[in-house]
Design a protein. Structure first.
Ligand code: SF4
Length: 468
């Protein structure tokens, strides 16, 4: 089935029956969530929360002055010798990168992991123009070999088990059979090493740009980001306009949290800070550095007070790891590059709510995502606001509207609430319905109708007090 956010229900129905996916995603997300909690507790509970609020404040302060910071960052980067380009949308971003590649007669590109390049569909355009493009993050490399899309922001191959990756390597890159993960990784690294040394251009994303110094910052664990940004003669970074932070101090706060939230590490293994091309007397580094600042719908989010905080996202993936819906549905069910709770918010905002209408409902609103988020983004509130927007557009249909009105009436009058509970209890205990009738039937398509308690809490309370 085609990956499309409007197919969320159908895609997730397939995913929940996929045993390999369920095993792999449950194991990985539980592990990552446990590591995150441990890493935050290491700081101590009080200090961990203080650090989180400090990070949240840093991102909100950055958003508050975003237009000024972007201008400051552009000026500082240009002073550092970086060519800065602006891309209003995905097409303009792709064209910029294609033009750079043509200008430098690029035949081969190595890429480090970048959700922004996934967002603009860069690889397809480069391949169509006969430019070989090789993903060098191990997870991205695996899904590129298997012609798939990533299913997680940080761990793109989270839906695969070691055995399925072994089969891909044997089939696609002639790996001698082995079940040892370290041997498999070593074999893949050997293939990639040659690509780094022969590439004409490196393409990366970026985690932050520090406005006061014009520094592009990347955090990675595999070292491929550093190779991509320093070995080929040309480096292009594609980065969303929301990734600007004002000062080195803000960066120092945020960098402590991004790894803790993503993988439970105190810091990522590699932290690269790119301050421009190789200078006279330096022995390594690229001759040319370009930064493409991507809007692609972010300005619209920025001007909407209901959703602007979505731009504070660090893309750490913690909200995915803790989300029971993501754990069951897997990343591909969300139909676009950003899955999980943050995907359920930004996909409708970036692509149009009519193109992702099931996603705001892909949440139990349990609040676990907000609690896990290192910058305290209120995802449940935004999901509810998106639901409101959908209802106001009338996209949910008449039955939905009538049902919600009845539900609201029942919950705002004590008498109606009591009578409704009594009727539901009598009906469910007398008939033992597995499925609900009529227009309510959709609710039990994927669940069993609950059996209500014979007596409500109020009735039990009243009985106990009357005996006294
Ligand atoms: S919303 Fe928060 S938890 Fe989710 S990816 Fe963004 S920063 Fe991480």
């Amino acid at each position: 089935m085609k990956l499309n956010a409007n197919n969320f229900v159908q895609l997730s129905a397939v995913a929940v029956r996929d045993e390999v996916l369920q095993t792999a995603v449950t194991r990985a997300t539980n592990g990552a969530s446990g590591n995150r909690v441990r890493a935050m507790r290491e700081v101590s509970e009080a200090h961990g929360e203080a650090l989180r609020q400090q990070a949240a404040a840093a991102k909100r302060r950055a958003l508050h002055s975003l237009p000024d910071l972007l201008e400051q960052a552009e000026a500082r980067m240009q002073a550092n010798g970086i060519t800065v380009l602006w891309a209003l949308d995905a097409a303009e971003a792709r064209q910029h990168i294609l033009d750079i590649a043509r200008r430098h007669q690029v035949r081969r590109i190595v890429k480090s992991k970048s959700m922004a390049t996934e967002e603009i569909g860069l690889n397809d355009v480069l391949e169509t123009n006969n430019i070989e493009t090789i993903e060098t993050d191990l997870g991205e490399y695996i899904i590129q070999l298997n012609h798939e899309a990533p299913s997680h922001i940080v761990a793109p191959v989270i839906h695969k088990t070691k055995e399925s990756i072994r089969d891909i390597f044997i089939r696609e890159i002639d790996m001698p059979p082995t079940d040892d993960a370290a041997t498999m990784a070593r074999y893949a690294r050997g293939q990639l090493r040659e690509a780094f040394l022969t590439a004409d251009m490196g393409v990366s994303g970026g985690n932050f740009i520090i406005a006061e110094t014009g520094t592009l910052c990347l955090v990675t664990n595999e070292g491929n980001g550093r190779m991509v940004t320093s070995v080929p003669p040309v480096h292009v970074a594609l980065i969303g306009i929301e990734k600007i932070v004002p000062t080195v101090r803000d960066y120092a706060t945020l960098v402590q949290l991004i790894a803790r939230a993503a993988t439970g590490q105190k810091l990522s293994v590699y932290g690269s800070m790119v301050n421009g091309p190789r200078r006279a007397g330096e022995t390594d580094g690229p001759d040319h550095v370009y930064v493409v600042l991507l809007d692609n719908g972010r300005s619209n989010i920025y001007t909407n007070p209901d959703y602007v905080e979505a731009l504070a996202c660090l893309r750490c993936g913690a909200c995915l790891n803790t989300c029971p819906v993501y754990q069951a549905a897997g990343g591909h069910s969300y139909g676009w590059v950003y899955p999980g709770p943050i995907g359920a918010v930004v996909t409708p905002l970036l692509n149009g709510i009519e193109n992702a209408s099931p996603l705001p409902f892909a949440s139990s609103l349990c609040g676990s995502c907000k609690q896990a988020c290192p910058v305290d983004i209120d995802l449940p509130r935004m999901l509810l606001t998106l639901r409101r927007d959908l209802v106001q557009r009338g996209t949910q249909g008449r039955t939905w509207g009538v049902g919600m009105k009845l539900w609201a009436m029942g919950n705002s009058s004590p008498t109606a609430f009591r009578l409704g509970g009594k009727a539901a209890s009598l009906a469910s205990n007398a008939i033992h319905l597995q499925t609900l009738p009529g227009p309510l039937g959709g609710w039990t398509d994927h669940r069993t109708a609950p059996q209500f308690a014979p007596k409500s809490f109020r009735e039990i309370w009243a009985e106990k007090n009357s005996n006294r």
